[in-house]
Design a protein around this ligand. Structure first.
Ligand SMILES: Nc1ncnc2c1ncn2[C@@H]1O[C@H](COP(=O)(O)OP(=O)(O)OP(=O)(O)O)[C@@H](O)[C@H]1O
Ligand SMILES: Nc1ncnc2c1ncn2[C@@H]1O[C@H](COP(=O)(O)OP(=O)(O)OP(=O)(O)O)[C@@H](O)[C@H]1O
Ligand SMILES: [Mg+2]
Ligand SMILES: [Mg+2]
Lengths: 254, 254
């Protein structure tokens, strides 16, 4: 079982879009995938056609109230792709969790039961470096950082790198990370300049795959389906499939 | 003194871009403006040329540690535009504030001293409906909600409307709100459709001004200057100036 946390403090950099698309691509290749929504906005749950109003048990029941409900993992309409949904309650994590000792390990402990059940677990984090992102990074083998080639987005990497250092010291020494450039617009001069700048600063820390802007991704979210089912011929479908291949090669080498 | 909170749980919808641009437009018209950065990402501080590494006192000193430092308000390089900066410490608010009774009123109380000093106070909120956004909405006369015409962005309005109801009941009955459509791309069919949909659902709750996509806004942020100084002839300059006029008319009517 290989756990990937998708995190970035910056908002709107395609964390949820990447979790949905990458999860679906790995599932399509036959791997058993569990995606977990850790965001009170519940966008991942929406993107997979699941409205939080209809759900009685969510990720908050694992991390906050610990009622250990049976019906928390949902099969999505896609083969090999399961989901633990979220709703607004996970937004209360910062209030209730940090006072508990070893709260950082809650998700890692919960996931032990799935070691032979899933090949990949992907965690969609909220735009906030709080208790939930700490828990996700403690449970993860790899932190994948979707980043736009925009000034604020690149600046956000500082706080995130501080957190990575802290996590490696305190709760998860094995954590690796990779940047993934998203929403790239090759006609945009600023994008080309910041792309070079990121390659200079991060070099081998960057995925080779770049995800370019594609309006079909937005359409697929309205339809509640991953891009590879909604628009299999779209550019973003091929790019997310290339990302899945690159992740598989990375996992096999490490 | 009229206080405007700029909030939305959804990430990357132009909260910071709107705070910077609207604040600068009102200052250019001769109004005395204080903008307050409430986000641990400190993007507003960056957009006004102020790096959080160089700042010793931040908004966290008002809301969390309460050291009441003298040097907390900075003059920006623009006439009539002052800034209270942020850094990562304001991200700890959810842990420390909700346990304090009446924490919701901290900013409102702090701002009393400026009633005759500033005409407008604008609050840039983080993408998270926690203690900080609650404090901002309690202090505000108007909640301005930048929203993209994208599915997840529109969906985020639900949680936000719940919070507005709660705030009106508990801590601030006078709170009004308006939606502001941002990053609008008129060539995008989905944008046109969701724009109509928002107009049907919110009608008079929408600002008339719409802010369209303009790559100059991104360039101005790299330069650390508001758009009306960086690219005064750009489309987004005129649109944010129109927004400032619309806000002034709204304030005079209410
Ligand atoms: N490659 C792309 N091309 C075009 N639009 C995209 C692309 N990737 C994501 N988007 C759109 O950008 C918006 C933001 O994406 P998304 O919600 O996945 O970001 P996020 O980082 O999860 O945001 P948040 O910080 O709020 O959780 C969505 O409306 C999404 O449809
Ligand atoms: N009208 C626009 N046209 C083009 N780009 C824009 C526009 N408005 C904002 N942007 C860009 O979109 C990105 C997100 O904007 P911004 O950081 O202001 O959003 P935010 O809501 O404050 O994000 P966060 O939730 O992370 O605080 C920035 O890179 C900004 O330069
Ligand atoms: Mg998301
Ligand atoms: Mg912002």
């Amino acid at each position: 079982m290989y756990t990937i946390a998708i995190a970035n403090e910056k908002g709107g950099v395609a964390k949820t879009t990447t979790t949905t698309s990458l999860g679906a691509c790995l599932a399509q290749l036959g791997h058993r995938v569990l995606v977990i929504d850790l965001d009170p906005q519940a966008n991942l749950s929406l993107a997979l056609g699941m409205e939080s109003a209809n759900i009685s048990s969510t990720v908050a029941d694992i991390l906050i109230s610990q009622t250990n409900p049976n019906a928390i993992v949902h099969h999505t309409s896609l083969n090999n792709l399961d989901l633990i949904p979220a709703n607004y309650q996970i937004g209360l994590a910062d209030r209730y969790l940090p006072v508990q000792s070893s709260y950082e390990y809650k998700l890692q402990k919960y996931l032990q039961q799935y070691i032979d059940v899933y090949d990949f677990v992907i965690l969609d984090c909220p735009p906030h470096l709080g208790a939930v992102t700490t828990i996700a990074l403690t449970a993860a083998d790899l932190l994948l950082i979707p980043t736009q080639v925009e000034y604020f987005s690149v600046y956000a990497l500082r706080n995130l790198m501080d957190l990575v250092r802290k996590i490696r010291h305190q709760t998860n020494p094995r954590l690796m990370y990779r940047l993934l450039i998203t929403m790239y617009d090759r006609r945009n001069k600023i994008h080309r300049i910041l792309n070079e700048h990121l390659h200079e600063s991060f070099n081998s820390g960057l995925m080779n795959t770049i995800i370019e802007t594609d309006t079909k991704l937005r359409e697929s979210q309205i339809a509640g389906k991953p891009i590879i089912y909604h628009s299999p011929k779209s550019r973003s479908s091929s790019q997310y499939q290339a990302l899945a291949q690159e992740i598989l090669e990375y996992v096999q080498e490490t």
